[in-house]
Ligand binder design. Structure first.
Ligand SMILES: [Fe+2]
Length: 261
């Protein structure tokens, strides 16, 4: 592999009414700016790591109306877009969500530029509407999928599969366990046996990097959250560029604070 594979990464758009520090009401405006920037940056693929719906939207019909606003904006991105389902997206039936976004959302594997992208549903089921899990059937599928790989893969997930200093994150105060996939240790055991180049995840609304054995975990912050920055329009996203020799990570938007563990 002597070319670079580039991914545009966006997560936790939380479109809907503002909620705490999350500027969900400005999400469509910000997403249009994101699209014009990403179309200039020309990544090979854009990945949306889930929670496109605001945490304060509880009516499925209202959620569908919001997603119908976002869907055509995503479709104006001039490269493939891969959507990952988040816990707040689960208030809508997955089939309906797939129809509105015109995208698959379940666990699947996609080939792009010489890499496999292994997409997980970490809300299988969501725990108390917030936490993550990977169910028995999906675990069997993941084990079989990873065994079949003949080249490197990138894992895409909404909830965290690593361990982080979550006590420093006020958004998970008192609900620290809900930051993660509940059975992450078993998932990591599978990933450690496979040619996994990178694990990309969202949900925690901060940038974070960690390692576990050969695994590298990158957490993408929220597109709209301002809990640690003063910004009217945060437009947080990043570009990850991968070659056989290295991984480069470029942050765009107001939040440029990365934590390392
Ligand atoms: Fe989430």
């Amino acid at each position: 592999m002597n070319h670079r594979f580039t991914l545009g990464v966006i997560s936790d758009i939380h479109y809907g009414p503002d909620s705490g520090t999350r500027k969900g009401s400005k999400a469509t405006l910000m997403l249009k700016t994101f699209v014009s920037k990403i179309n200039q940056l020309k990544p090979d693929v854009v990945v949306n790591l889930g929670d496109i719906i605001s945490d304060v939207v509880s009516d499925p019909l209202e959620a569908i109306a919001y997603i119908k606003h976002l869907s055509p904006i995503f479709m104006s991105i001039r490269c493939p877009v891969i959507h990952v389902i988040g816990n707040h997206d689960c208030i809508v039936n997955i089939k309906t969500l797939e129809e509105v976004l015109q995208s698959e959302l379940g666990p699947r594997i996609v080939m792009s530029e010489g890499f496999y992208l292994v997409i997980l549903n970490t809300s299988d089921p969501p725990i108390n509407g917030i936490g993550g899990n990977i169910g028995f059937v999906q675990m069997r599928w993941l084990a079989d999928t990873l065994k079949s790989l003949d080249r490197p893969c990138i894992i895409l997930a909404h909830h965290a599969l690593d361990e982080q200093n979550i006590q420093a994150n006020p958004l998970f105060k008192g609900i620290e366990e809900y930051a993660y996939v509940a059975n992450r240790q078993q998932v990591r055991e599978l990933l450690c046996q496979a040619p996994v180049k990178l694990i990309l995840q969202g949900h925690l609304h901060w940038y974070h990097v960690s390692r576990y054995q050969h695994l590298l975990f990158i957490t993408q912050t929220s597109f709209v959250d301002t809990w640690q920055i003063a910004a009217e329009y945060p437009i947080n996203f990043s570009i990850i560029s991968i070659s056989a020799k290295d991984i480069q990570w470029y942050l765009h938007g107001a939040d440029t604070f990365v934590r390392l563990t």
